[in-house]
Design a binder for this molecule. Structure first.
Ligand SMILES: NC(=O)c1ccc[n+]([C@@H]2O[C@H](COP(=O)([O-])OP(=O)(O)OC[C@H]3O[C@@H](n4cnc5c(N)ncnc54)[C@H](O)[C@@H]3O)[C@@H](O)[C@H]2O)c1
Ligand SMILES: O=C(O)[C@H](O)[C@H](O)COP(=O)(O)O
Length: 348
């Protein structure tokens, strides 16, 4: 079995030998039709478009993407050709939770004092959105959930229309997959109509996919203060993102909400186990992320400790300093661990 692996997928070298000896690592830009032609399996990230152009005439049978999102896979084409694909559901949901948690702490510091009693609208309540709903309780936020698919399928799901979130929420955060078809497409869910309906000058947070929000609408409504601030991790047209929007936002990061080492290790592990399952290899792989050099955090309170563990202002500063480094900042991302990797020592 020949496996072609995106060479930016970490913690994979030692484990993949348990599946095959025939492994080729390539940068995403070198996943071309001629290079994938004789591979049986691809392990990819969002930067590799798995479509007819790439796959036609190849012997690829299985694609594992070490990501939650799978909008880079042409699922219809794969179905037609009998190519099986698997994403890594929930792999980095805790990492996005960490990103939002630190962002909430910064919103308290810079804007609100406290989030207690404010209303948070969550659009998309899956692996990530559910964790954000739990997190919101810790901050004393009231939560309005929006997920029409869950509403259709679960009779007890407490669904609120997007328009209700627009009218009632102080902060609205997006956690939907990017979809352009179906009953509830998410492409430009945040459009002129949505922004016009806002009543409370909310903060808008997007860590889902850039195309879920119409960039020009968001900029327009930031300019006239209908949106009071934005925290944006994902952008239309990455890596060639909108400079004006980056300048306007409170935090603008290079699509790294899911980039904790914990999330990355889980994604790699899930991808390898998906291949093992597909080929019935009976191999169960476990991958641990690296230990940080210093695991003890001393702080005056828990929120300060959480910001010491991960402060998104650093990622935002790095991107704002040089927008052209968007992809470089992603591919050279430092070791970021989630709070569970540390012991926190509160010293008043
Ligand atoms: N920025 C990052 O680094 C990062 C990391 C992880 C995931 N993501 C993105 O976040 C998305 C969500 O992740 P997840 O793990 O929670 O996915 P998920 O599939 O577990 O949950 C998505 C939820 O969105 C709901 N949904 C679909 N269409 C909707 C619509 N029109 N309106 C409201 N809700 C809708 C679904 O019913 C589902 O419950 C991923 O698809 C991915 O694109 C980004
Ligand atoms: O969908 C996901 O899991 C995230 O967006 C993920 O962090 C994307 O990472 P990439 O594949 O672009 O490195």
């Amino acid at each position: 079995m020949k496996i072609l692996v995106d060479n930016k997928i970490p913690y994979i070298h030692d484990a993949i030998c348990l599946l095959t000896d025939d492994v080729v690592y390539l940068p995403a830009t070198e996943f071309t039709s001629s290079n994938v032609k004789d591979a049986d399996v691809l392990i990819v990230r969002t930067r590799i478009k798995c479509n007819k152009e790439l796959l036609e005439g190849s012997k690829v049978k299985f694609i594992a993407t070490a990501t939650i999102g799978f909008d880079h896979i042409d699922t219809e084409y794969c179905k037609e050709k009998g190519i099986v694909w698997k994403n890594a559901p929930g792999c980095n949901a805790n990492s996005v939770r960490q990103y939002i948690q630190s962002s909430f702490i910064l919103l308290e510091k810079e804007y609100f004092g406290s989030l207690k009693g404010l209303t948070l609208g969550i659009v998309g309540v899956g692996h990530v959105g559910s964790k954000i709903a739990e997190l919101a309780e810790e901050f004393g936020l009231n939560v309005l959930l929006n997920d029409p698919l869950r509403c259709d399928n679960e009779k007890d799901f407490d669904h609120h229309q997007l328009i209700e979130l627009a009218e009632l929420a102080d902060i609205i955060t997006f956690h939907v997959p990017l979809s352009r078809e179906g009953k509830y497409p998410t492409y430009h869910l945040g459009n002129d109509f949505f922004f016009r309906s806002l009543k409370k000058k909310p903060i808008i947070i997007n860590s889902s996919r850039g195309e879920v929000i119409d960039t020009s609408s968001l900029k327009k409504y930031l300019d006239c203060h209908v949106v009071s601030q934005a925290i944006i991790d994902v952008w239309e047209n990455e890596p060639h993102i909108d400079f004006d929007l980056l300048e306007k936002v409170f935090l603008g990061t290079p699509h790294i909400a899911g980039y904790s080492a914990d999330g990355k290790a889980k994604a790699t592990e899930m991808s390898l186990n998906a291949i093992s399952d597909y080929y019935k290899l009976d191999v169960n792989i476990k991958i641990e992320p690296p230990t940080p050099s210093d695991t003890q955090i001393i702080a005056k309170d828990k929120k300060e400790a959480l910001l010491k563990i991960y402060d998104p202002r650093i990622d935002s500063h790095n991107l704002k300093s040089d927008i052209t480094q968007f992809e470089y900042l992603r591919s050279h991302y430092g070791l970021r661990r989630e709070p569970s990797a540390f012991t926190i020592d509160i010293q008043k």
